[in-house]
Design a protein around this ligand. Structure first.
Ligand code: NAD
Length: 256
């Protein structure tokens, strides 16, 4: 008989990049099942407006906070206010990201460090900052957004692809250390998802890659969000150290 898990954690979740795209959709998906959310974003106004909308739509605690995830000093001041606003924290979702178009020639020590800090180092600093909370709350879990580009490679955005590759490897290592504490950690690698990160490249991408997506279309942010929500729930109680593709089949597509 299939066991229906009705006791998934109702703890709060910190969602970085919560002002837009996949982060915003994830915060809404979590709030829809009663989980309080703290939206951390460099776009303070956007995060606060989104949190207000989520609180009024879903009737859960929600807060928007200004945090620059590239800044190693930026995380700890936001921790206590997040706890105060949304209660016990049992989840982290790291969605904040940018894809700097540099090619090889455009890489500098500064933009390299910034990209690695934002995508990869932040997973470490966020988990360290909430380690006591995660250990204390049964069913706690972390999800870091990686990308199909970590596997494909992409000459336009080498800092981004390297950082996402680091995320995949880092999460496997962290899964080992976190497991004895009852904390799971996984990556979600989206394919081409229709969010502002695609920018002006979007239309060209549709022409170049659209046919290769087995499901025949770009994805929507809420289709990624529902998978993230699953990974944060007890429905995913035996899933850790995994990379889950949410890409409409493009990574394994052999279509020309
Ligand atoms: N959309 C896609 O096709 C796609 C594909 C693969 C991976 N991803 C990944 O998914 C995640 C979410 O992307 P999205 O599509 O929702 O993009 P998005 O541009 O809609 O949202 C990204 C959010 O991150 C915030 N942000 C950027 N830099 C930040 C910083 N230094 N500190 C704090 N916040 C910062 C932005 O303000 C924005 O709200 C990213 O990690 C991205 O790399 C997206």
């Amino acid at each position: 008989m299939v066991k229906v898990l009705l006791d998934s954690p109702a703890t709060g979740v910190v969602v970085t990049g919560g002002a837009s795209g996949i982060g915003l959709a994830t915060a809404r998906a979590l709030a829809a099942v009663g989980r309080p959310v703290a939206l951390w974003d460099i776009n303070a106004e956007g995060a606060q407006a989104a949190a207000a909308e989520i609180a009024s739509t879903f009737g859960v605690a929600a807060v928007g906070q200004a945090v620059d995830l590239r800044d190693p000093q930026g995380i700890s001041p936001a921790v206590a206010p997040a706890r105060a606003a949304i209660g016990p924290i049992g989840g982290i979702v790291h969605c904040a990201g940018t894809a700097a178009i540099t090619g090889l020639e455009g890489i500098t020590p500064e933009n390299w460090d910034a990209g690695m800090a934002l995508h990869a180092r932040a997973v470490v600093l966020l988990t360290q900052a909430f380690m006591d909370d995660l250990k204390a709350n049964p069913g706690s879990a972390v999800v870091a957004l990686a990308s199909i580009n970590a596997t494909f490679g992409n000459g336009m955005i080498p800092i981004y692809t390297a950082a996402k590759g680091a995320v995949l490897s880092l999460v496997r290592s962290m899964a080992d250390e976190l497991a004895p504490h009852g904390v799971r950690i996984n990556t979600v690698s989206p394919g081409i998802i229709d969010t502002p990160i695609l920018g002006e490249a979007r239309d060209g991408m549709e022409a170049a890659y659209g046919r290769r997506v087995l499901l025949g279309r770009f994805g929507q942010a809420d289709e990624v969000a529902r998978v993230v929500r699953f990974l944060l729930s007890d429905e995913a109680s035996y899933v850790t150290g995994a990379e889950i593709l949410v890409d409409g089949g493009i990574l394994h597509s052999q279509r020309p």
